[in-house]
Design a binder for this molecule. Sequence first.
Ligand SMILES: Nc1ncnc2c1ncn2[C@@H]1O[C@H](COP(=O)(O)OP(=O)(O)O)[C@@H](O)[C@H]1O
Ligand SMILES: [Mg+2]
Length: 409
Amino acid sequence: MGLEPFTAEDPIFLDEDVLRDSHKPEDLIARDRELEEYQAALKPVIKGARPRNIFLYGQTGVGKTVATEMVMDRLRKDQENYDNLDIHVVHVVCKNLNSSYQVAVKLVNEFRDTNNKIPTTGYPPDTIYEFLWKHLREIDSTHVLFVLDEVDAIGNDDDILYELPRCNDNGNIPVEETKVGVIGISNKFTFRDNLSARVKDSLCDEEIHFPPYDANQLRNILYQRAENAFVDGVLEDDVVPLAAAFAGQESGSARQALKLLFKAGDIARSRDLKEVKEEHIREAEPKVKESQVRNELESVPTQSHLTLYALLTLEKQDSLPAKSSDIYDVYEIAANRIDTDVKTDRTIRDRLSQLKLKGFLDVEEHNEGPKGGSYYLYEFGDIRPNMVAEVLRDVDRLDDLFQTEITNY
Ligand SMILES: Nc1ncnc2c1ncn2[C@@H]1O[C@H](COP(=O)(O)OP(=O)(O)O)[C@@H](O)[C@H]1O
Ligand SMILES: [Mg+2]
């Protein structure tokens, strides 16, 4: 069979981009309280006072980023009514940035031209902070607000969340010239609890919680988007409620609900159908779930990737479930092979429990009787090892591991 001609004809989607994350809805559904708290927390800024630091938290897909963009847009617009205000917002996504150092470099580069960026390694940390203070001292704005989105990526290495909020207090940035505020956004509840006490003190002036959506709210979010995304009348009545019910039950995430709806539409379109039906949502559901798991696997830190790699190696040799000490032995070889720092076995045990929390691993406790003590055995949880292998193969950092297998340890 030859190729079909490409045609722009599309009986299903009017504009599928409307279902994407990057599309900004006109208004937010069921987020009145959160928006009110957000605006109240930023009120001092518009009065010319020092910003309070804000910490936003809630699972992924509950509107943290979109709410922030809306509030910042509004702030930028409303400041025009005040001559003495010039608010500069720096919004960075920290996903994939695993340390305060990397975040600081990214922030420095936000102030620099393309041909003047600094590299992500090489400078001592103090120098990076000095660069940052210098840029802040040079900028003419009355206020700089740093939005650190998905900041939980930095884990326990939270120095930047201490340094940034206090740069006005310790004289690095004269407060009469530029007032600095930090808005930290986290997808993880545990991240806040694990922040060091000094960070909690400075960062969490205001905390705003974004709870998951229920099926009702998700339905309204989907209807709002579907109107502009789909050709009139192609969605069977049950489609949106079912997508909302699935997402409501599983995650309460608007992102997941939108993905389900898009995927269902995509399935119908690929079969030249004129309608999206309930069965397409059912078919889309496991696919969307799998792609979410893949994304999550991709975005864990390098040390977790190496830990997963160690489990894969053990799995191939039928040695799972395994003790953390056995996993560590393989990990150590793997870490050396890709030339990364070899962390302590304690760190790897932490990684193992993180991976367990995410549902990637199962753990079983073994008791050796009163004298023998107890230990944990790890194996893959509700994911296919093959899929883990596929994901790891695509991680550039790990290329060297897939050239030859690790067999002796
Ligand atoms: N209350 C809402 N009303 C309309 N759309 C929403 C709402 N909450 C989230 N969305 C949409 O869901 C998707 C995920 O939201 P996002 O803000 O990126 O979530 P988070 O940052 O919490 O992971 C985006 O496409 C966003 O536009
Ligand atoms: Mg987000």
